[in-house]
Each structure stands twice: as C-alpha cells, then as structure tokens.
Design a protein around this ligand. Structure first.
Ligand code: CTP
Ligand code: MG
Length: 591
C-alpha cells in the first residue's frame, strides 16, 4: 500500500511537472491570452468559429475539415449513459429533457449485459448543466474529472414535466458486427461481382453511431487531458476517418496543442490577449524525441490510473512514432494514441479526398483489404508484411494509372491560399481541398470501368508490376525508378524521402504477387451460372460449410475472451519495437 501511495505521489509530482512543461510551449509559441476556458466552453468556441469560417470562406459542407468540426461538435453535445436495459429509455429521456432539447438517442449493447444510450442534445449548455448536476459514486476516493460518461441510477424523484415529444431511438442495438454467415448471405444475393463489392462495402463500413462513438472516445480523453494541459485537443484520424475503415477497426488518435502557430485546419482558436501578465512555465519540446517519449510515459501512467474506461495500456515508445495502445471500455474500441503527429492527420485527409473524388475508390479499397486479410497478406499485428495503409496506397496508385485519380502533384498545383498547411516539423501538406476546383477530366472521367473490371485489373497490375526495379509514387502519379533497396517501395506522398513499405521483405512481396496472380485466375474462372461459390465468395475463401465451423469456433473464442476480459491488468506494459515486429502471431484464426 505504501508503495502504491508513493507511486501515486510520484505520478502526481511528475504530472504537475509535465503540466508546467507542456503549458510553457504554449506561452513560447504565442504571447497571447492564456485562456482558462473550460474544455466545454472551448468546444463551443470551436463550433462558433468553425461555423463562421464555413460561412465566410464558403467551404463546401462535405470537406474533411467541416466533417471533423461537425462531428467534434456533435460529440460535445452528447452524453453516454450506461443503463440497466433498453427499457430505461423513456425514463432517461424524461430525466434528460429537463436539461434541454434532445436531438437523438442511440442505443447499443457492448456485450450481453452492458447497455448504453448516447444522448445528443441540441445545445452544449444542456450537457454542461448535466455535468454540473451529476454526482460521483459513493466511496470515490480520488475525485476524478467530471466527464460526459454516466451511469443512470434508479430514481426516486419525479422529474419536472417537459413538452418534448418522445424521441424514437435512432439506433437500437447498434454496433453489432456482421458474422461471416451474414456477409455470405449478402454476397449470394448479389447479381454480379460489382454488386457483391458494393454490398461488402455497405456491410463493413462504419455506421453513423460507430463514427459518433469514435468522436465521443476522443472527446472523453480530451476532457481529462484538458484538465492537465491547457488547450489540448484529441483528434481521431486513420481509417476511422478516411472512409476506408471497417467495423471494429482500431481508432487512431492524436493529442495536439491548440496553440501551434500555423495555418491549420484544427486551429480555430486564435487567442489574442491584451493582458500584460504572462504565465511562468517550463519549456518542453515535444518535437524532440526523448521529450516526447518521456511525456508519453507520463501520459500512459495517467491514463491507466485516472481515466475511467481506459484499460490495458501499453507503451510502444521505441517506434518511429511513439504510441500508447489501450482499450476503451465504454465503446469497446482498441485505440492508438500519438502526440503532435499532424502529418498522419493530413495523410488521412488526403486519403479521404481520394475517396471523395470517385465513388468506386472506397468499395474497391474495402474489398482489397478484405481479400488481403483472407489471404493472410495483412495481419492485425505489425511485422514484415504490408499494412492496410500501404495496401490502400497501392490501390490509389493503381487508380491513378487508370486515370481515375489525379496525382498529388496535380492536387498541389490547384491548391489555393486557403489550402496551405504545414506541420509542426515543417512538412508541407498543402494540396487542393475543394474538389469543385478539380479540372473537368477528373470530375467527368472517361474511364467508366465497373468495379469488377477494376478489381480484376488491380490484381493483374500488381501481379505483373516490376517491383524489382520500380517504385510507386502517388505524388507523381507514375511508377518511378526504385530509389531504395527495399523489396517494395511506395513513396510516402507527404514525406517523399520515406518509403511506407520499408518493413516489407521479399518473401512477403512474393506472396502478394502470387496471391494476386491466383486472384486473377479465380476471377476468370468463377462463373455464377455454374458455381454457387462464385465471385467474391471464391476470392475471399468463403464457403458455407467452413463458415458454419467458423461461427462455432468464434463462439468458443468469444467465450474465452469474455472469461478473461473482466480481469484487466493494472500493470502497464512497455513493448519495444523488436517485440512488436516479431512475426509470432501472423496467422489469424478468424477472418
Ligand atoms: N500513416 C502515415 N504514414 C505511415 C503509416 C500511417 O501517415 N507510414 C497515417 C495514415 O494517415 C494512416 C494513419 O496514420 O491512415 C493510421 O495508420 P494505420 O492505423 O496503420 O492505418 P489505417 O489506415 O488506420 O488502417 P487500419 O484500419 O488497419 O488501422
Ligand atoms: Mg488505424
């Protein structure tokens, strides 16, 4: 116990130490007003200024920037409540309606026992009032941060009458994952391979509720972090945002400072202050690797010990980009947190844009990711094989060769002053954001190939590509002479000196080309009229009998996971790069 107290004291000491260090960066970067806005007031400001920004600059409502601002605003106006059962909905609505107008209520089950309802209010003021009126659980020794995640306890008092009509649940039992059997049924009912690809994309893509919960997760962490460090934001990125995400994919998060002095889509607050008093703080250079690592070490301890819902924290500090991995209990999501990694966020924006340029991009990326997983070309653990991210770039590159997508160079040529972005480390991330300004040939394309022929074409392209001498360059939009000795070279579009596939070895590359070759043969020979196992079912190795076996197997596996899941370790494990790159768990037992 004494040891535990000492550990707590140490972490509190370190916390305050880092708080000062972090806050100093903000002072050094700007001699502006150090606001003491609460997190929620800050969000309100973000919303208003983003609205203003949208009005003044006439930004199209479907831009990445607007989509993020709207989702963040939605998360600020929402609360997550754990209820006994779905029957509590009316009672919860009556209770919440005292605080203001409710826009929507979404229900989901985390597992058989845990029911949650996400309540979205019209105004953030309602959430603030709920937070101030809520109480802590009896026996809470350390008073934690007040956040927007609650239990709904049995009520004794009658609620004030309200005039709001009964809200119909927008989602009932959301967040269910389609089984392989469900997917098989959908594929069987499709009329063509192109139809199957669209169905697969529709089943696997993230639903509105899942997207809400991802932004809610980021917001919850932000509520905690903003009590420790002034003006910080937690932004989701990666496949949860770029349109290539499938249900249950990991959530990538980045903790950034609001005060970075740059033209930045997320920096809506520009606090000009007339005050002559400036805080004394300690400087901290998060751009320096050892400081970032130290900061993340502290952050991991804080998360493990103080943030509700966070479990199983693992630090991977030796990776090129240090990350903290953890499980977020309330939404049942695996998360990866990094700091000041804005390049990755802009990369997500670029992938999102490519997905917006042509409707065929996302379904095609989805089916190719699914195929790669079914062939064990990709894996959930990192190693010497291709990642989903690199595979997506491979598909984008192929679509550039088909004149369906423009090069990044072209997107840069058409960029305007409003599109200028530069990261904290000086990486230029400027490219056209308003797709209305794209040249006509990319709006009205001559290539009208259907999804089936594009899928076939992709496999043919990569099974015959000269990987030995050539690399792929999304920026130029054409193959380039391979600038490195890596087996596979795909130039990082934003940091052109980097190869995103540096980790892939020759053995894995050969497997990719062989499997692509098999896929060409499979698509040529699979015939709907003669075979019940046609098209994607053949390509993805889905056979009804196997699926039945798999469903049983999954049940057994689920059982063993749930037996274990309550017993989260309170130790924080540190994983070094060597450990995570061990190819020990390549084989995936479930598709
Ligand atoms: N990223 C990057 N450069 C890399 C790897 C990743 O810029 N070499 C960025 C990309 O924006 C990517 C995000 O980090 O989308 C998250 O990486 P990762 O989780 O590996 O890829 P996802 O696209 O999220 O795919 P998955 O669904 O497998 O998580
Ligand atoms: Mg990801």
């Amino acid at each position: 116990m004494a040891l535990f107290n000492r550990a707590n004291l140490n972490s509190l000491f370190l916390l305050s130490h880092y708080y000062y260090k972090f806050a100093t960066v903000t002072v050094r970067l700007k001699t502006r007003e150090r606001t003491l806005l609460s997190s929620t007031m800050m969000q309100e400001k973000i919303r208003k200024s983003s609205e203003k920004k949208t009005e003044s600059s006439n930004v199209k409502s479907n831009t990445f920037e607007t989509a993020i601002a709207n989702r963040r605003d939605q998360a600020c106006r929402s609360i997550l409540v754990q209820v006994y059962s779905l029957n509590s909905q009316d009672d919860l609505q009556n209770y919440c309606a005292q605080f203001g107008n409710i826009l929507s209520m979404h229900h989901y089950k985390k597992d058989k026992q845990h029911n949650h309802i996400l309540v979205e209010f019209k105004n953030i003021v309602s959430v603030n009032e709920i937070i101030s009126s809520a109480s802590f659980m009896d026996g809470d020794l350390i008073t934690p941060v007040k956040s927007s995640v609650f239990w709904f306890r049995k009520g004794q008092l009658r609620h004030k009458k309200n005039n709001q009509k009964k809200i119909i649940l927008s989602t009932e039992n959301g967040c269910t994952y389609p089984t392989e059997k469900d997917i098989l049924k959908f594929l069987q009912n499709a009329k063509s391979v192109s139809g199957q690809i669209i169905k697969l994309y529709e089943i696997l893509k993230l639903s509105d509720l899942e997207t809400r919960l991802r932004f809610h997760t980021a917001h919850h962490l932000e509520q905690y972090f903003s009590r420790l460090f002034q003006n910080t934001k937690v932004l989701p990125f990666g496949s949860s945002l770029n349109g290539f995400g499938r249900k249950r994919c990991d959530l990538d998060l980045v903790l950034v400072s609001d005060n970075i002095e740059e033209v930045n889509i997320y920096t809506y607050i520009k606090n000009k202050s007339a005050s002559r008093l400036v805080f004394h703080t300690k400087p901290m250079k998060l751009s320096e690797r050892h400081e970032t690592k130290e900061f993340m070490r502290i952050l991991a301890s804080v998360m493990q010990h103080f943030i509700s819902g966070v479990h199983n924290v693992r630090k991977i500090l030796e990776a090129r980009v240090p990350i903290i991995k953890f499980h977020y209990e309330y939404t049942n999501i695996e998360c990866d947190l990094t700091t000041t990694n804005m390049t990755a966020v802009y990369m997500s924006e670029l992938l999102y844009l490519y997905g917006e340029i042509d409707w065929r991009v996302r379904p095609l990326v989805t089916v190719i990711r699914k195929w790669a997983k079914s062939q064990e070309i990709t894996s959930d653990v990192p190693g010497q094989w291709i990642t989903n991210f690199s595979l997506s770039l491979l598909v984008l590159f192929y679509l550039q060769q088909k004149d369906i997508l423009p090069s990044l160079k072209l997107l840069k040529t058409y960029a305007t002053h409003d599109d200028m972005r530069c990261t904290e480390t000086g990486i230029d991330c400027t490219f056209l954001r308003d797709l209305e300004k794209l040249p006509a040939e990319f709006k009205y394309k001559s290539n009208q190939d259907n999804l089936e022929s594009l899928l076939y074409g992709f496999f043919e392209y990569i099974s015959t590509f000269d990987f030995h001498t050539q690399g792929m360059c999304i920026r130029e939009g054409v193959p380039v002479r391979k600038p490195s000795r890596s087996a596979l070279h795909i130039t990082n579009p934003l940091e052109t000196t980097l190869n995103v596939c540096k980790n892939v070895n020759i053995y894995e590359l050969n497997r990719i080309t062989e499997k692509a070759h098999d896929a060409v043969y499979m698509l040529e020979t699979t015939d709907k009229s003669r075979n019940s196992n046609w098209g994607l079912m053949a390509l993805l190795n889905m056979k009804e009998n196997d699926i039945m076996d798999m469903v049983d197997g999954n049940k057994r596996k689920e059982q063993s996971i749930s037996d274990y899941s309550e017993d989260y370790s309170h130790e924080i494990s540190e994983v070094n790069e060597v450990d995570i790159n061990q190819p020990k768990k390549k084989k995936t037992d479930i598709i």
